[in-house]
Every structure is written in C-alpha cells, then in structure tokens.
Design a protein around this ligand. Structure first.
Ligand code: HCB
Length: 214
C-alpha cells in the first residue's frame, strides 16, 4: 500500500479529521483513485477501530473521532468519485437510510454515494429513520430500490419491519430491497424476505444493477 494510504488509515485510527482530510487530498493529488483510498485505507481503518473497541482498547469517544476522520476524508474524495462518473443516464431511483433506533451513518452514506456515482438517483433519508418514512418516500419518489442499513443486532429487526410495512402499503412488488450492515447476512436477507444482501458499497452497486437488470 502507498505511504499516503498508510498514513490515511492511521489518521482514521487516530481519529484525526484534519489529518485525514489533508491525506485524502494528497492521495487525489498523487492520482490515487478515490475508490482505492476508500477500500484500502478508510474501510480497513474503521475495521481496526471496531476491533480495538471490541477488545476494550478504544471507547465511544474514540469511535466518534474515527467516524469524524472518515467523514472528513470522504468530504474530499466524494466530489472526485462523482466526477469520475461518466454516464449520467438515470439507472433507477433508490431510497436509502439507516433504520429506526440506529445512528450509524458511514456505511449507509458510502452506499448512497457509490450508487449515486454509478448513475442512480438516490434519496438518502439519513439515520434513525422511522418505518413509515421509508414507505412515504417510496411512494413520493416512485423508487424502485430500497436500501436498509442496520449496524446493531437490536435494530436489524427494523429492516424486517420496513419490508412488512411495504407489503402492507401494497408497494413490495414495486421495489427491490437490499439490506446491509455488520449484523446482516445473506441468511438474514432470506429470512426477512429482502431481495438481496450486500457486504459493501461496491457489492451494493453490482447487486442493485443485477436486480434491476440495468
Ligand atoms: Co457503534 N457499534 N455503537 N458506533 N460502531 C458497532 C456497530 C459494533 C459492532 C462495535 C462492537 O461492539 N464491536 C457494535 C454493535 C454490536 C451489535 O449490535 N452486535 C456497536 C455498538 C454496540 C454501538 C453503541 C450501542 C455503543 C454504545 O452507545 N454503548 C452505539 C449505538 C448507537 C445507536 O445507533 N443507537 C454506537 C455508536 C457508535 C458511534 C456513534 C460512536 C459511531 C457511529 C458514528 C457515525 O456513523 N457517524 C460508531 C461506530 C463508528 C462503530 C464501528 C466502529 C464502525 C461502523 C462503521 O462506520 N464502519 C462499528 C464496528 C464495526 O462495524 N466493525 C461499531 C465502516 C462502514 C464503511 O462499514 O459496515 O457500516 P459498514 O457499512 C458497509 C457495509 O455494511 C455495507 O456497505 C457499507 C459500505 O461498504 N452496507 C450496506 C451498510 N449499509 C448498507 C445498506 C445497503 O442497502 C447495502 C449495503
């Protein structure tokens, strides 16, 4: 891995937003593709942060600072990611959000950015999104895809609740539902009747394209 990407990963682990922003800008200046910076530095950095939290080396404030550092770096990388998108034909309309009770936003935002960069019109509802809001937005935007993010074992049930609510509103046949987040899995997707599970943002783009046959 390049020296800049190494340092960028370290800046996320250290929870240093300024350094992370600078290094992301340096990576772009050195002609490193934004996606490589995300895949090789930011994501593994957050993974290490998660491991440190799990084994008691890091606490909540460390997680928050790491998240701030990742967001700062994304602020630099995102415009370039979008600019590299050549085809602007709209491939489909996506409503995406982190389900109710859950405030983890980084992974959901990354999926939203990547789908947008791939040519989808994306309505990002944010975090802690009530079930009813997903239904309203599917109606309002005529979406054909719903992305549901959940990072907690306690909130993944709300992915199921959204699918049930879509059924009750008579909208389920009209949309493809893709789920993701640390506790989700292909088995969970099958259990709750989602159309697919995506392990990361890249996979989400591939899966959505496959589902819509675009
Ligand atoms: Co948070 N947290 N957290 N956290 N957190 C996790 C998720 C744990 C796994 C950490 C651990 O214990 N090992 C854990 C959950 C355990 C569990 O339920 N089994 C946990 C916990 C317990 C908590 C709190 C309860 C802690 C507390 O307060 N006691 C609390 C919950 C608050 C709440 O939501 N109500 C909490 C809070 C926080 C913050 C606020 C400090 C911070 C979030 C800041 C923010 O987002 N602005 C945070 C963070 C940063 C994490 C970890 C360290 C990283 C998450 C992350 O951003 N990963 C995480 C540990 C981990 O996941 N390893 C830890 C990076 C992104 C890029 O990956 O997996 O989110 P991702 O997304 C991927 C992928 O899943 C997929 O694509 C994305 C991009 O590649 N994907 C989708 C995601 N959504 C998709 C949707 C689709 O449609 C398709 C694909």
């Amino acid at each position: 891995m390049s020296d800049i990407l190494n340092q960028l990963q370290e800046a996320v682990i250290a929870g240093d937003p300024e350094q992370a922003r600078d290094l992301a800008a340096q990576a772009l200046a050195a002609n490193i593709a934004p996606l490589d910076a995300i895949d090789q530095a930011l994501n593994p950095g957050m993974q290490i942060v998660g491991d440190k939290y799990e084994c008691g080396d890091y606490f909540i404030p460390d997680l928050m600072m790491a998240a701030e550092a990742m967001k700062a770096a994304m602020g630099e990388l995102e415009p370039e990611l979008m600019a590299r998108q050549e085809q602007r034909q709209i491939l489909g309309t996506v409503v995406i959000g982190t389900v109710e009770g859950d405030i983890h936003e980084i992974g959901k935002s990354l999926v939203a950015t990547m789908l947008s960069a791939a040519g989808f019109q994306v309505h990002d509802l944010g975090v802690d999104v009530p079930v009813s809001r997903f239904v309203e937005q599917v109606k309002a935007t005529n979406a054909n895809v719903v992305g549901l993010s959940a990072l907690l074992t306690t909130t993944m049930r709300n992915q199921e609740a959204v699918i049930e609510a879509l059924k009750e509103a008579g909208l389920r046949e009209r949309v493809k539902v893709v789920i993701g987040g640390a506790p989700a899995s292909p088995d969970w997707a099958e259990t709750i009747g989602a159309d697919a599970y995506a392990e990361n943002a890249n996979e989400a783009v591939g899966v959505v394209k496959q589902l819509l046959e675009v």
